[in-house]
Design a protein around this ligand. Structure first.
Ligand code: MN
Ligand code: MN
Length: 323
């Protein structure tokens, strides 16, 4: 079904067609080719070559799409209907190589770049966290240097692994800083915890400039403190990267490098819904590290789908407040 230019295509109506009927697109949205334009797109980046421990997030986008059948059209806390307020589409998966990480990143960047260049905000679905690097390259090519707002149990700013390899899911934000895609002084990491190699892991990370809020510090400052940190420092066009392992493994067991003592899904939802006053808004984001093979219950993919929906709600919020 090809649409006339300007015709809006929303979700398939779950009150007329059962949710589980038909092709699996994110939230039963039209595919990219079925809409005349797109304000925002979901783009799958199904690779796990950058994984340093348990593999499997190559199956993340498919599981997230399956879980997204549940998503409804209206956000009460933000008072937005992203699928009505914007033309949102599912751009499918970038056909990234499963055996060559550099080549895979090139493919993901190309697909994301084409969308950004046409004015389409991209929400990427990983994939391991290494996919954030090509997604950031694509976003920065259109929007310039970005603020990174990273929800993660890990810094992902280590220098290299396994004899000097610079590209893994644990090194990408050092690369993004080196490439000037992000300004670490204007970037925030929330939820950090778990095992370290040494005290240098956090001090080296802070030396790059990142403002951090460890999971245990969240206990002291609460969500208001976390939101104040984000609003104070993420002042450039902001890219929100959601590593599902920021959640406690009780809420997201299906991930590659789980760390106990994380956020609840309710805390993370409250944080995202409070993120409404960023100076330059949100221009892109991702949900990564959902690894379905480690979660037969599917609750991790449900969290991933719901978080991607919250990012779309934020895009709709900033679109409404800028017009
Ligand atoms: Mn992580
Ligand atoms: Mn990560």
């Amino acid at each position: 079904m090809h649409m006339e230019r300007g015709q809006h295509v929303g979700q398939i109506d779950a009150q007329n067609v059962p949710r589980f009927v038909g092709f699996r697109t994110f939230a039963r949205l039209p595919r990219l080719e079925d809409a005349s334009h797109a304000d925002a797109a979901i783009l799958g980046a199904p690779i796990d070559l950058g994984t340093t421990f348990r593999s499997g997030p190559r199956f993340g986008p498919a599981a997230i799409r399956e879980a997204s059948l549940l998503l409804k059209p209206y956000s009460e806390p933000l008072d937005v209907s992203p699928f009505d307020d914007m033309q949102v589409v599912d751009a499918g998966d970038a056909p990234a190589s499963p055996i060559d990480l550099v080549d895979a990143h090139t493919t993901i960047e190309k697909h994301a770049r084409e969308l950004h260049e046409r004015g389409t905000a991209v929400i990427g679905l990983g994939g391991d966290h290494s996919v954030a690097l090509p997604l950031l390259r694509a976003a920065a090519a259109t929007h310039g240097v970005l603020s990174l707002l990273q929800l993660d149990s890990h810094t992902d700013t280590w220098d290299s692994y396994f004899g000097g390899h610079k590209l893994t899911n644990g090194t990408i934000f050092r690369r993004a800083a080196e490439e000037n895609l992000i300004d670490p002084m204007r970037s925030v990491q929330i939820g950090l915890r778990g095992g370290l190699y040494s005290g240098l892991d956090y001090s080296d990370n802070r030396e790059l400039g990142f403002k951090t809020l460890l999971a245990r510090e969240l206990d002291d400052v609460g969500l208001r403190g976390a939101l104040a940190l984000a609003h104070d420092h993420c002042i450039l066009p902001t890219y929100v990267t959601l590593d599902i392992d920021v959640l406690d493994p009780a809420f997201a067991p299906g991930t590659g490098t789980p760390e106990i003592g994380g956020m609840t899904t309710r805390e993370l939802l409250a944080f995202l819904r409070g993120l409404t006053r960023l100076r330059a808004g949100i221009v892109a984001g991702d949900v990564v590290e959902v690894s379905p093979p480690y979660d037969p219950s599917g609750v991790t993919a449900l969290a991933g789908a719901s978080l991607a929906w919250e990012l779309l709600c934020l895009l709709a919020h900033y679109r409404a407040s800028s017009s």
